[in-house]
Design a binder for this molecule. Structure first.
Ligand code: SF4
Length: 440
């Protein structure tokens, strides 16, 4: 598998590192903006794409088959639409796409992208694979351990900003103050990482506290809001392009939104190496290395959750160790294609942590998400009868009005059942979480 088709593909060379701008598709606007500065520190010039709308979908439909996973269609559509816009010097452009290395089709988007580029007459554009599984490599791009550590820091900061922004935005007295705080911190963290600061555990611990304090200080008026959690396939869960601006829509409907962070997915991917070793004959060395990384990230996560909890006015999500236990109540951890058991665990965690209304955002026809999301709903409702879950399919043919109507139906059922809530009571789960968390 290693360096697959190296002889046939256009490589990103050492010289290109100086001359080319690398385009990155949009998925997590805040997180990716911070990561961009980590790339800059290592000499890579990058740009996050923000083109959106029907034009991107139509371009995707033109260059990839319409039964392709919807996230792939959007990512490829966004790339080609940008390249065809006339905005870029095509002799000095490269593209970057992730390869997860898991069993799902996400490892193969890169081949679809190259096929689409060829069809569009853009095959000379080099495509860089961002992966940690030893899949494709390029002479001009190296993912080093220090770089990975900083990228992880960027993701955790992004998670904290997203989490706190979502918990303040519906209650802010001055419209836009939560967004201003997110922007201000995005800038400050980016500058810090650019100057090789803010990525060690003691530094992060201090920063997490400062960030949480700043959000808590925003003048707010706590009023009745329906609390809605969002889970799902990673791209359609986070990307406004993938989910037709779901967060914004929920905010307009008077909801408080909770999106479990992206670090959960990173930790899930790491923990899967141990599952691979136990169940599927995976390599012991991979499991050992992943376990070391996981222990480190758990310490970082603990520091962030402590900072959020200490303010006394925010809901801190359960730590990853708790998600593992919740998932095991419902589904075997061997279910690890796509978002796998994590999706089930996050749903259960949201319900028990005061967000009983959950939207499961899934690409149409995505088998792993239908199994771990829609397929687990009945069992979740047995365990947590207060759960009010709706699965929403996203694809190029789905009308957003239908999606919104189904969500409105879920919200009206939430209102009927006694939501909105003013202050979520300390649930039994919260006590359990505190207890187990303290023990880790
Ligand atoms: S998780 Fe679903 S959408 Fe993502 S690659 Fe797998 S099948 Fe496609």
């Amino acid at each position: 598998m290693k360096n697959h088709h190296k002889a046939e593909r256009v490589l990103f060379t050492k010289a290109m590192k100086r001359t080319h701008t690398i385009l990155i598709p949009d998925m997590l606007p805040v997180h990716f903006e911070i990561i961009r500065h980590v790339f800059a520190e290592y000499g890579y010039k990058t740009e996050i794409l923000h083109n959106e709308g029907r034009e991107v979908i139509n371009t995707g439909l033109k260059y990839v088959h319409n039964d392709t996973c919807y996230p792939a269609l959007l990512v490829i559509g966004q790339f080609i639409s940008a390249l065809q816009s006339g905005k870029y010097d095509l002799d000095h452009i490269a593209l970057m796409i992730t390869q997860t290395g898991g069993g799902c089709r996400a490892s193969n988007y890169i081949y679809l992208l190259r096929k689409a580029l060829k069809k569009a007459g853009l095959e000379k554009i080099p495509v860089i694979s961002l992966n940690t599984s030893g899949l494709e490599s390029n002479p001009g791009f190296h993912l080093t351990i220090p770089m990975l550590v900083k990228m992880m820091a960027a993701l955790v900061y992004g998670d904290e900003l997203m989490l706190l922004g979502n918990q303040v935005r519906p209650y802010e007295k001055t419209p836009g103050s939560a967004d201003a705080c997110v922007q201000d911190w995005t800038k400050r963290i980016s500058e810090m990482l650019n100057h090789r600061r803010g990525f060690t555990l003691p530094e992060m611990r201090r920063m997490f506290q400062e960030i949480a304090r700043d959000f808590a200080a925003i003048p707010q008026e706590r009023c009745a809001k329906i609390r809605v959690g969002v889970v799902g396939e990673i791209y359609v869960k986070f990307s406004p392009l993938g989910n037709n601006g779901l967060e914004k829509f929920l905010l307009e409907q008077g909801c408080e939104v909770m999106l479990p962070g992206v670090m959960g997915f990173v930790m899930y991917a790491l923990s899967n190496q141990e599952i691979d070793r136990k169940l599927y004959g995976g390599k012991a060395i991979m499991a050992t290395v992943s376990n070391v990384a996981l222990r480190y990230l758990e310490a970082v996560e603990r520091a962030m959750l402590d900072a959020i909890r200490q303010q006394g006015c925010f809901t801190a999500p359960a730590p990853f160790a708790r998600l593992e236990k919740l998932g095991e109540r419902v589904i075997n951890r061997g279910s690890k294609m796509g978002e796998g058991w994590l999706l089930t665990a996050e749903t259960l965690e949201l319900v028990e942590n005061g967000y009983p209304n959950v939207i499961c955002a899934q690409p149409f026809g995505c088998l792993p998400n239908h199994i771990n999301g829609r397929g687990m709903m009945n069992r979740i409702k047995e365990l947590a009868p207060q759960a009010n879950i709706v699965a929403i399919d996203y694809d190029s043919g789905a009308a957003s009005v239908n999606q919104e109507n189904r969500i409105k139906l879920m919200l009206s059922s939430a209102k009927r059942s006694g939501d909105p809530v003013h202050n979520v009571p300390e649930t039994q789960l919260s006590h359990n979480v505190e207890h187990e968390y303290a023990a880790t």
